[in-house]
Design a protein around this ligand. Structure first.
Ligand code: FDA
Length: 394
């Protein structure tokens, strides 16, 4: 015997929950399952416990994908304002932290509670600790075998997310299931992830763990991000690094402007006139964290009075600080990555409904799809938008 439903969703994260709510509100009979012991675990962890649930300015340019136009349709039909309306309905207080990033004043738990309440109102049947054993399609019907019994469904939605943070329930299930049904994958790799340094690149900075810069600008290829930067025990982190990590390619150097708000050459020349006897190290300590200034100075320059540096040398010091080239050895991997780049090939999905072009009735939503947002609430907005797109169709 199997329990029949119209819509069967695997994965009760951001995308699966939104899809369940949308389909349930349309009067569809929905079963939502997750192998974890509770729903929305990543939402609970997100935004340092305050969930950066959306961004006021969202466009396809804020996403990485082999098809940079794919996300447009879903994002246009479920906008940040739509989610903010929900947040307002539950009187959840929030604030804008940086350029458009909206965070709960209180806890991420409020967002999970909102989604749970909306599921309840839409009569969604939720099963946690439900492990899927197999899925197959016979005729128009999907058959799902699980540790909680067998199910049959007209639509099967895969919302199992990416590989990041396995301890929160992440699995490669969605990719495997996609391949089983004939879908191809864009290569997966960790995104929004700290970068590591090793050997001679790391040595001079190994004592700087915890040192941070409020505003640095990271560059790779034509992409750049201005935000905070943090030295860690194993390398570099902070928003400016996490952002550029999604674009960085192994074996290639990054460029970092450690002082993007200053014309360092002009500053050094001015100080050479005003304080000619001041030593370089102490001058750099005024514009950079002390330990970083020391490390840079020890590594690259002799510490002398400013008056002794010809302007040409000051220009080269300024260039080093504003175009600092550093070769990461790798990333901290899925253990620390906020997202997984790559995933189900968008060429095989409808951009308006997320339905498979290969298997009718099969849908992929959220992070399992090859659409990955920048840091700043974009990944949840994609989860809400793609979940809503499938929920309106399935
Ligand atoms: P998600 O990973 O949320 O959900 C997938 C669900 O599927 C999980 O509940 C999992 O247990 C379940 N599952 C997996 N395999 C299964 C299987 N085989 N059987 C059954 N169930 C299975 N983004 C943002 O916009 N703002 C933010 O503040 C943050 N902060 C943040 C912090 C941290 C620490 C991380 C790791 C990530 C973020 N993100 C974020 C990214 C964001 O959390 C992520 O992009 C979305 O949660 C993706 O939503 P999905 O629903 O696609 O996957």
């Amino acid at each position: 015997m199997s329990e029949h439903t119209e819509v069967f969703i695997i994965g009760a994260g951001a995308a699966g929950l939104m899809c369940a709510i949308t389909a349930g509100q349309r009067g569809r009979k929905v079963i939502l399952v997750d192998h974890a012991n509770r729903i929305g675990k990543k939402i609970l962890m997100s935004g340092g416990g305050h969930c950066n649930f959306t961004n006021l300015s969202v466009g396809a340019t804020n996403y990485l994908s082999a098809n940079r136009h794919f996300a447009k349709s879903a994002l246009a039909r479920y906008t940040p304002e739509n989610f903010i309306e929900l947040v307002d309905k539950y009187q959840i207080a929030y604030h804008e932290k940086e350029a458009g990033q909206l965070f709960c004043d209180g806890s991420s738990k409020q967002i999970v509670a909102l989604l749970a309440e909306e599921c309840h109102a839409a009569h969604v049947d939720i099963h946690t600790q439900c492990s899927i054993i197999s899925c197959k399609k016979e005729g128009d019907i999907f058959h799902i075998e699980s540790n909680q019994g067998n199910f049959s469904a007209e639509s099967l939605i895969i919302a199992t997310g990416g590989l990041s943070i396995p301890s929160l329930g992440a699995s490669g299930f969605g990719y495997e299931l996609g391949q089983q049904f004939g879908h191809s994958l864009q290569n997966t790799r960790p995104g929004l992830v700290p970068l590591t340094l090793t050997g001679r690149t790391h040595e001079p900075f190994s004592g700087l763990a915890g040192v941070s810069i409020g505003s640095a600008e990271t560059h790779f290829n034509k992409q750049h991000f201005r935000a905070g930067l943090l030295f860690t025990h194993r390398g570099l982190s902070g928003p400016a690094i996490l952002q550029i990590s999604s674009f960085w390619q192994e074996g290639k150097a990054l460029e970092i402007d450690l002082l993007p708000e200053l014309d360092v050459y002009a500053y050094l020349r001015q100080l050479k006139m005003e304080k000619p006897q001041s030593f370089l190290k102490s001058i750099l300590s005024e514009i950079l964290p002390n330990r970083l200034a020391q490390a840079m100075c020890d590594l690259y320059w002799h510490n002398q009075p400013l008056a002794t540096y010809p302007d040409l040398e000051l220009a080269s010091i300024a260039q080093k600080l504003q175009q600092w080239s550093i070769l990461p050895s790798g990333t901290e991997g899925y253990r620390k990555a906020e997202v997984t780049l790559g995933g189900i090939n968008t060429a095989e999905l409808s951009s308006s409904s997320m339905e498979s072009r290969i298997v009718p009735g099969l849908y992929f939503i959220g992070e399992v799809v090859d659409v990955t947002g920048w840091l700043g609430g974009y990944n949840f907005q994609w989860a809400w938008a793609s979940g809503s797109a499938a929920g309106n169709h399935a």
